[in-house]
Design a protein around this ligand. Structure first.
Ligand SMILES: CC(C)(COP(=O)(O)OP(=O)(O)OC[C@H]1O[C@@H](n2cnc3c(N)ncnc32)[C@H](O)[C@@H]1OP(=O)(O)O)[C@@H](O)C(=O)NCCC(=O)NCCS
Length: 249
């Protein structure tokens, strides 16, 4: 330890002597820059004026979207949708096998017990796409290491996935449509909020196509691997969540 400090001090003197104070501070700045990082994600949301609008979705949308659904419907007429329950052992095993986030069987069952909902699109007995949702009033998001509050008629959209050989066939938009209609009918949901990585072009395209819009950002800053500041930007992004900033999250 003492040896290491001596070497560091010697090195600092050498840099100061050869590169001067300017070179020395440039090096310090460079070192620190590589040790801090900023991460942010788009928050996407869609809100219907009433539950009946959510039930009729996408009737109010652009005719191009309706045409897109008609095109998808021809390909996807054999796809069925369902909500996974704890008793659906077969579906849970299949979710474990395809989940890119590696949620275990125990993890899935815990989520279902905590009130998270998992919806799947199936072709025959094979799951081709899934999405999770959570209603409020509160939920914990492990990725952001914090809790969020939702309005009474709002749900959180989480982890949409489509198996690779079924991508670009419109199964995700049609699964979202089914969930929007189902949750409007059964829970009176008319507002949906989620986040997406800024480079996830396919999912951003899907969300925009499905009437969602970018309403803000979720982000955090890390220094030396320690997460120092987490923030929510945009009034319409998680608007029921009072805590917009947190230090050391
Ligand atoms: C994100 C995901 C669900 C999308 O699946 P998908 O909708 O079947 O397939 P694609 O991404 O191929 O296509 C979605 C749309 O984006 C378009 N798109 C995809 N990549 C694009 C690009 N680079 N530039 C422009 N458009 C693009 C497609 O053309 C398609 O549009 P269309 O329906 O009008 O033809 C799927 O890629 C997936 O499971 N990814 C891994 C998990 C993930 O990232 N989930 C999102 C977490 S929020």
């Amino acid at each position: 330890m003492v040896d290491q400090s001596n070497t560091l001090v010697k090195r600092m003197f050498k840099v100061l002597k050869t590169e001067g104070i300017k070179g020395f501070s440039r090096r310090i700045e460079g070192r620190l820059r590589s040790k801090w990082s900023r991460h942010y994600f788009f928050v996407f949301s869609q809100e219907f004026a009433s539950v009946s609008d959510a039930l009729e979705f996408p009737a109010q949308l652009d005719p191009a979207i309706v045409r897109m659904f008609e095109r998808c419907q021809r390909v996807l007429s054999s796809v069925t949708f369902k909500q996974v329950k704890e008793s659906d052992g077969g579906e849970i095993d299949e979710l474990v096998a395809i989940d890119p986030w590696k949620l275990s069987k125990k993890g899935i069952i815990e989520k279902l017990q905590e009130g998270w909902c998992c919806y799947v699109a199936e072709f025959g007995s094979r799951i081709v796409a899934f999405e999770w949702t959570k209603a409020g009033p509160e939920f914990y998001e492990p990725f952001f290491r914090r809790s969020f509050t939702l309005a009474a008629d709002e749900v959180y959209d989480w982890r949409t996935f489509c198996v690779p050989d079924w991508r670009s066939r419109g199964v995700v938009p049609i699964l979202i449509k089914w969930i929007v209609n189902h949750q409007a009918l059964t829970e009176g949901v008319k507002k949906r909020t989620g986040w997406v990585r800024i480079d996830n072009v396919g999912q951003i395209h899907n969300l925009e196509q499905m009437g969602y819009s970018a309403v803000g950002r979720l982000g955090f800053i890390e220094i030396f691997g320690v997460r120092l500041l987490c923030y929510i930007r945009g009034q319409r992004a998680f608007s029921a969540t009072k805590k917009r900033f947190s230090i050391k999250c």
